[in-house]
Design a protein. Sequence first.
Length: 139
Amino acid sequence: MAERKTSKGFTAEERAAMRERAKEAKAGKGDGEKDVLAKIAEMPKADRVMAERLHAIVKATAPDLTARTWYGMPAYAKDGKVVCFFQSAEKFKTRYATLGFSDVAKLDQGTMWPSAFALTEVTAEAEARIAALVKQAVS
């Protein structure tokens, strides 16, 4: 009989994110903008500064996207489906934040393309790239 490997399972951060998602599903629509701004306000300064800037870029670039939380993270949806999200570095104890895109984002480029981007600072160059990605994602 083959030996089974034991798994440590999900990390505490992953379990917390799943609990957040369950709460979001139970709560229904709510006030997505208010919820996103509250989540951003809870973040440590470095992540908060990036998330606030990202929020402003998304709202300016794709005003039709609806702000909402997704697994406890700021996210932006079209027709109820998440297009992009911000994952703080602190939340999963990583060295960088993440700007991620779901499969509904129209970023397709051949047979392989990036769907998540490491983010350490929102510079003018990063702002321009984020705006272009968001614009393409909702095109």
